[in-house]
Design a protein around this ligand. Structure first.
Ligand code: HPA
Length: 275
């Protein structure tokens, strides 16, 4: 992280702070699988990424590009509709830039959603997995380089990457609403190819339950800053070493849409009941 980037983070945070005027309780990343949550927020300010100084721009079909500040379940939230992926060619500093800004805005809690490929044989397409842990297999670490001491320590404790109280709260919400959820380990690869059969086998062998191309850099940066994190994943396709599974971006979006209403119920319940 260069000094120039630090200046940019501060400039962007000051711009957003000026507009929203208060500290949101949660930052929420609407990945594939949570997009429709933006229809449930009572928006107070909606900013296109293009109008925010220094904010990166999205490139993927199916991911918008808006920062929405508003009220959800009576709590103030800041939503990112559209995230930045490493496979798009962004540097890790760019992928995680918004999360640095969230810290300067004083946000303490982060909720992230994504779509992933399931490798756990008990999973089915359109199942929901609460992320209990992750394995970072991205080729570049978001904290590599000079440490930003004002954000967090050089060496970061990762013993509880996903907040146990948030997980418990979400599980309770799911149980109360009769929604079946799994808990599992999310493995992050850089993409943009989906995995080969042998690669799915590797994910299983190293202890992964699902694999995807996002989330982990964001969680690492959020943990660096001491945020409490929650991740939820929709299993949009299944993979394994024995059978040749085919998968397309359309399959992913279709399965994500199927599970989305239940993911939204869980996230709304979490926002309502966690503080
Ligand atoms: N791999 C496999 N399947 C997926 C992925 C992935 O990264 N993302 C969504 N479905």
């Amino acid at each position: 992280m260069s000094e120039l980037s630090l200046e940019k983070i501060k400039e962007t945070a000051a711009f957003i702070k000026d507009i929203i005027g208060e500290t949101p309780e949660f930052a929420i990343v609407l990945g594939s699988g949570l997009g429709a949550l933006k229809n449930e927020v009572q928006a107070i300010h909606t900013l296109d990424y293009s109008e925010i100084p220094n904010f990166p721009q999205t490139t993927v079909v199916g991911h918008g590009g808006k920062l929405i500040f508003g009220t959800l379940e009576g709590k103030k939230v800041l939503m990112m509709s559209g995230r930045f992926h490493y496979y798009e060619g962004h540097s890790m500093d760019t992928v995680t830039f918004p999360f640095r800004v969230f810290h300067l805005l004083g946000i303490k809690n982060l909720i992230v959603s994504n779509a992933s490929g399931g490798v756990n044989k008990n999973f089915r397409v359109a199942d929901i997995m609460i992320i209990k842990d992750h394995i970072n297999m991205m080729p570049e670490h978001p904290l590599r380089g000079k440490n930003l001491d004002e954000f967090g320590p050089r060496f970061v404790d990762m013993s509880e990457p996903y907040n146990l109280k948030m997980i418990e709260t979400a599980e309770k919400v799911a149980a109360e609403q009769g929604i079946q959820v799994h808990k599992g380990v999310y493995v992050a690869l850089q993409g943009p190819t989906f995995e080969t059969p042998a690669e799915y086998g590797m994910i299983q062998a190293i202890g992964g339950d699902a694999v995807g191309m996002s989330t982990v850099p964001e969680i690492i940066v959020a943990k660096h800053q001491g945020m409490d994190c929650f991740g939820i994943s929709i299993i949009t396709d299944m993979g394994g070493p024995e059978i040749a599974f085919t998968v397309s971006h359309e399959d992913v979006l279709q399965a994500a849409n199927k599970a989305m209403p239940n993911v939204i119920k869980i996230v709304k319940g979490l926002v309502k009941n966690y503080s």
